[in-house]
Every structure is written in C-alpha cells, then in structure tokens.
Design a protein around this ligand. Structure first.
Ligand code: PEP
Ligand code: MN
Length: 350
C-alpha cells in the first residue's frame, strides 16, 4: 500500500502512520514525492481508519511491486552528486578510464576529460573481471588516486563497489557508488549501498528485465537511500561482432515506469570504439539524463577495455553534438502535445 501525504500535512500525520504500521508489525518507509510531500510505502495494508488523518491525500492499494521506484504517484527525481544534478535540465557526462591505472595516469585522464567538458570522473579501483588472472584493480590505492584526481580537477567521482564489506571504505573516497552489471541482483550489496549515504549508479544486469532492474533499485530505496540513478549498459546478444547490445528501448521505458534518472553507457553497450559516439547520441535522443563513457588519453594503451575506449577529443565531440541534439529535442517536445491513447497522433499546440 502507498499513502501520499501532502506537503502541508502536520508532522503528526506521518508519525501516526509509522506508529500504526509498527504496532501492526508492518514494514514502512517514507520517501519524498518530488513535489514537497511524502510517499509512505507499506508492506501490507493498514485499516482505513488508521489513515483518516489530516494531510493524507490518497491511499493506493494497487501499485507496482517497485512502489518506491515507480512513477505512478510522484514526479521525476533529480539526484545530486556534489554540484552535479542528474535528471535536471541538462544531460550529465561521466567519463574516465575503465580502471585506475596509477596516480599520474589517472590525473592525466581526469584533466583531459575535464577539458573535454565532463561533469564527473569515472574509474574502477575494484574491477569485476571475467578472468581471475586479469588485473583486478588497485583497490584502496586506486581509491586514493580517485580522491586526488577529484581534488585536482573538482570533478566528483563515481567508482564501483563489489562487495558489501567494501561499501564503507569506497563511500569514504567516492561521491557516487557504482553497482556493476554483474552485481545488479546482489541483494546484500544493494541493501548495504542503501545505507551508505552516497548516491548510487545502478547498472542493469546484462540479462535482466527492466522490471528486475527496477526491483533492484527498490532494494536500495527501501533501505533508506533515495538517490539512485539507473544505467542502461547493454544486453547479451548473439552477434560476436559486438560485445553487448545497447537496449535503448529501456531508456524511455524506464523513465515511463520510474521517477529515477537514467543514464546510458555506450562503451560497454557496444564494446567497440567506433560505435560509441553514435550510440551516445542515440542514448540522448532516447531521453537519457546522461552518459557514462570510457575515455583514456591514449585509448589503444588502456589497461582494461581498450577496444571500447575513446579519446578525449572524441568525448569533446560527443559533448558538443550531444548538447546540440538535446537542445533541439527539448525544444521540439515543448511545443508538441501527444493526444489520444498511444495511437501516435501528434498535435501542434496553438
Ligand atoms: C564498468 O563500468 O567498468 C563496468 C565493469 O561496467 P559493467 O558492470 O556495466 O560491465
Ligand atoms: Mn570497462
């Protein structure tokens, strides 16, 4: 059950609902509704008289299983990472190497992506590698390099956390925690980042449905963390010419179903440097709130994922074209009104 509480409701209303839920042994958690009010998600229904309170706007018995992630009863979210707003009017660009290779290497990459217009720095200190013999990342030393790169450039840092017991350590250094595709359904890890106090970038599992992805987001939200950004990074397909298939259907679909911002990763989503630029632009055209892209000053020499890594100059070009595309599409959607019930009928307003 979802209860919506108005922005101007007395504080006693929320307190009474939580108390009634606790007395009945029903789990309850609140989250902002994006309009100044609060949504309370209850694991089981409360009797109607427990909800006859001032400021209770509505009680929804029917709702999606991902009740906190759902867009049914609230407006879109904006997730802030430092000064960067994800889900705001301008798409956000996160960029950097696949893996932190060393201090000087990372500083050079961070300066280069900042000069190319990136808003955030990415880079893995802990890497989920298919082979146990492949380079697994520098660990805490890599986290220290990320913090140094943030200090040098001012760019907030997003980096992956692999295990529940690593969350506190990674959260000390990083501005945003990344949950990788292979860990999307690692529920203990999701609960732990839900208690970390840091915004989370939740990558979609490469064989996960959109609903499974939203249920994973729900784990984080239900653990008390409202700051979740979804990341589409490609699905496993059958064609060996590409590493993964970037599922751009999932972008407008996730935004239709959920209030959470969505970003696109065209690097892992293609596995191929020559496809990254076009698919990055396609991601923005699909409505993404941002991009996360693997960039290295000398892409061919990148220690991890070189084949999909682009140069800072290519990143600058994606940014320039992406902002122009975004501006053109936003202008268009402002003066086009959709009418009918999905029949595709377009009507120009006035
Ligand atoms: C990454 O971003 O470096 C990464 C390993 O991505 P994914 O989890 O999407 O494979
Ligand atoms: Mn990578």
């Amino acid at each position: 059950m979802i209860v919506t509480i108005a922005a101007d409701a007395p504080a006693a209303t929320g307190t009474a609902i939580f108390a009634a839920a606790a007395a009945a042994g029903i789990g309850a958690r609140g989250t902002a509704d994006g309009r100044g009010g609060t949504l309370v998600g209850l694991d089981a229904p409360l009797p109607p008289d427990a909800l006859m309170l001032p400021g209770v706007d509505a009680v929804h018995r029917e709702h999606k299983p991902y009740m906190l992630a759902s867009r049914e009863h609230r407006g879109p979210s904006v997730v802030r990472v430092g000064d960067v707003a994800i889900g705001g009017p301008r798409p956000v660009l996160m960029a950097g190497p696949c893996v932190v290779e060393g201090k000087e290497e990372l500083l050079a990459a961070a300066e280069a992506v900042r000069a190319a217009g990136a808003d955030m720095l990415r880079g893995g200190a802990y890497k989920p590698r298919t082979s146990p013999y492949a380079f697994q990342g520098l660990g805490e030393e890599g986290l220290r390099h990320l913090a140094a790169a943030r200090a040098a450039t001012g760019l907030p840092v997003v980096t992956e956390v692999l295990e529940p017991d690593q969350v506190e350590l990674v959260a000390e250094y990083a501005d945003m925690l990344q949950i990788g595709s292979r860990n999307m359904a690692n529920f203990p890890l999701l609960r732990r980042v839900g208690r970390s106090g840091r915004p989370v970038l939740l990558k979609r599992g490469f064989s996960a449905t959109v609903e499974e992805w939203l249920m994973s987001a729900e784990y984080i939200l239900a653990s008390g963390n409202p700051d979740v950004v979804l990341c589409e990074r490609g699905l496993r397909g059958f064609d060996p010419l590409v590493r993964f298939n970037l599922d751009l259907n999932a972008v407008p679909l996730a935004k239709e179903l959920s209030h959470l911002p969505v970003v696109v990763d065209p690097s892992h989503g293609t596995g191929k440097r020559t496809l990254v630029g076009r698919m990055a632009l396609a991601g923005l055209a699909a409505g993404a709130d941002g991009l996360i892209i693997e960039v290295h000053p000398t892409p061919e020499t990148a220690r991890c994922d070189a084949s999909q890594t682009i140069s800072p100059a290519e990143l600058a070009s994606i940014r320039r074209r992406g902002l122009a595309l975004h501006a053109a599409l936003t202008e268009e959607s402002d003066d086009v009104v959709l009418t009918g019930t999905g029949a595709g009928e377009l009507a120009r307003s006035a």
